[in-house]
Structures are given as C-alpha cells and as structure tokens.
Design a binder for this molecule. Structure first.
Ligand SMILES: Cc1ncc(C[n+]2csc(CCOP(=O)(O)OP(=O)(O)O)c2C)c(N)n1
Ligand SMILES: [Mg+2]
Length: 324
C-alpha cells in the first residue's frame, strides 16, 4: 500500500464525512428541518473519494443532482455546503442554489446539476480551456448510468476524443436511473464498452473499493495530463438510500440493499484493508469518526443559526433585473 498513513486517514475522513453528512441530511429532511429535494450519495463514497484523491487544487470536477459527495471530496467547506442546502445566505451560493446547484469555483467544483447529463459538456469546456491555456489542469465529469443515454454524453465523449481533451468521464453505475434498473435501459453488460465507439479506453472499476477507483483514476488522470486524451471509467456502485429522500423504494428488494451493505460497503472494505496493512489503527479511525461527527454537528448548527436571504437578494446575481 503506497499511500502514506496521513493520506489514508484523510481518505477515511472524506468517506466518513460523506456518509455522515448524508445520514444527517436524511434525518433532518424527514423531520422537516431542511427545505427542498435531496438526492443522497451514501454508498457511493469510494467513487468521489477515489477519483478526487488523484486530483489537485487546480483540477476541475462537474457533478450531478447527487452531488454532495463530489463537493466534499473536492474540498468544499462543510458549513457553507450545509448552509446552502438549508437555503441560507451564508451558503456557498448564498442559498440560491440549494442541494442540486452547489458550486465552488475556487475549489474547482464547477457545479452540481439538476439536468441529467448536464455537467458533462461543462467538463469539456473546462478541459478545452485548460488545453488552450496550457495550464496542465484536468477536468473530471461525474454522472450516472442513466446519463449515458443522453445525447450530451455521446457528443461530449466524441469531441473530447477528437480534440484529445484532458478529461476523465466517470460513470457512477449505481444500478438504477430513478426506478429503472440499468439492464432495462441499456442492452450491454458494461457501460465502459461505450468507449469503443469513440476510440478511447473504457475501464470497468469496482466502485465500492477505494483502491481500485484510485488506481484506475490515477492512470486516467495521468493519461489526460500527458495530452493523450480522455478515458471512460465505469464505477460499479450502489446508492444506499432511495433516488430522493422520501422515495418508497418499491422497485428493489430490501434484501438487495442489505446484501450490498453487508458485503461491499466501501467504508468497511477500506477499514479492513488499511488496518490489516498495519499503517492505521482501529482507534485512529474511531478518533476520525468523532472528529467527523463534531464537524457535521457544527455545520448543522452553523446552517440553522444563519440568516435567510433578504428580499433584496432576489435581484443580485441575476442576469436580468425586472423593473416595473
Ligand atoms: C434531462 C433530464 N431528464 C430527466 C430528469 C429527471 N431525472 C432526475 S434524476 C434522473 C435519473 C438519473 O439517473 P442516473 O443518471 O443513473 O443518476 P443517479 O440518480 O442514479 O445517480 C432523472 C431521469 C432530469 N433531471 N433531467
Ligand atoms: Mg444511476
């Protein structure tokens, strides 16, 4: 295991933060304490953490309607994220975006996106800009299995291949697009195979295993940085909660979810591996759990205590102002 003890602990903290952030939001939302729609990322932590661990501060990510995990892994401030989800003025987008539009350009987080597949062309723009300006930055587009049926996906992969753009396409194949199983909406076993028609590498990844994601993402990011063009990664993963908070989950069995949690949980797998390597101890991980719990509680406190936007804020950060 080549990652240092500090990096392993950092990674664990990132994955635990995503899990706890989502569990907390699930509870708060069901208690009616959070406004709006929430799509939770719990279960998919190893994908965001594994990919973002290969990126630097100057690299970009684009995200989806299920974007909290990507934002956390790219280093967006927890208090500002929580306040954004609560619709508060201290939110990272001043409370005007909410869960599905979290963005923090300073961190290279170019935005969650309510349009399925909508983040993919934005990553192409960031990658093209990086190439033209010769900055050496790489852009990563995260998106779901369902998004691979959108024209925007195919058009983006094609142009990225032709122009050899420094971009990595990361499919988060969590088995479903809303209530539709993947086998119902795509007629091939591996979505990574779609890379063939664009002449780029397509890689199948065990998306519940941080180390598999990290190794394959690193190779894809290095290839992009060398100017050799894009890679399509398909991370096989699973979402623990429903499509949205409140989803009655009538389209999958309880046993299916329980089995994944018992056998493929990304945090359990990570813990087993790093503890048996001797680099990190169980008590260090439990201390990290406590640290994360405190940070999340602090973020909720911050969000709840923050003021709501003022009426006049309606007219700021908009392109067109209405005047009577
Ligand atoms: C263009 C567009 N079509 C439909 C929707 C409604 N919608 C929201 S999420 C979703 C499913 C997306 O599935 P997937 O890409 O697999 O992502 P997941 O939710 O599984 O993370 C759909 C159809 C939308 N938001 N945008
Ligand atoms: Mg999906």
């Amino acid at each position: 295991m080549e990652l240092s003890r500090e990096r392993l602990l950092d990674t664990y903290r990132t994955m635990r933060t995503i899990r706890s952030f989502e569990q907390t939001l699930n509870e708060l939302s069901q208690a009616g304490r959070v406004p709006g729609f929430l799509h939770l990322y719990a279960g998919e932590e190893a994908v965001a953490a594994g990919v973002c661990a290969t990126l630097g501060a100057d690299d970009y990510v684009t995200s989806t309607h299920r974007g909290h995990g990507h934002s956390i892994a790219k280093g967006v401030d927890l208090n500002a994220m929580m306040a954004e989800i609560f619709g508060k003025r201290s939110g990272v987008c001043k409370g005007k975006g909410g869960s599905m539009h979290i963005a923090d350009l300073g961190k290279g987080m170019l935005g969650a996106n309510g349009i399925v597949g909508g983040g993919i062309p934005l990553a192409i723009g960031a990658a093209l800009s990086a190439k033209v300006r010769k900055t050496g930055s790489v852009a990563v587009a995260f998106f779901g299995d369902g998004a691979t049926n959108q024209g925007a996906f195919h058009e983006s992969v094609n142009i990225a291949s032709i122009l050899k753009l420094p971009v990595v396409f990361v499919i988060e194949n969590n088995g479903y697009g809303e209530a539709t199983p993947v086998a119902y909406h795509v007629n091939i076993p591996d979505l990574a195979a779609r890379a063939v028609s664009y002449g780029i590498p397509g890689v199948v990844v065990e998306g519940m295993d941080f180390f598999d994601v990290f190794d394959k993402a690193r190779a894809a990011v290095e290839r992009a940085r060398r100017g050799e063009g894009p890679t399509l990664m398909e991370c096989k993963t699973y979402r623990y909660f429903g499509h949205y908070v409140g989803d009655p989950l009538t389209y999958r069995t309880k046993e299916e979810g329980e089995k994944v949690r018992a056998t493929r949980d990304p945090l359990d797998a990570f813990e087993k591996r790093v503890v048996s390597s001797g680099k990190v101890t169980t008590s260090e991980l439990r201390a990290a759990d406590d640290q994360v719990a405190r940070a999340i509680a602090e973020a909720v406190k911050f969000a709840e205590a923050s003021p709501a936007p003022e009426l006049a804020d309606l007219l700021t950060d908009v392109y067109v102002q209405y005047s009577a």
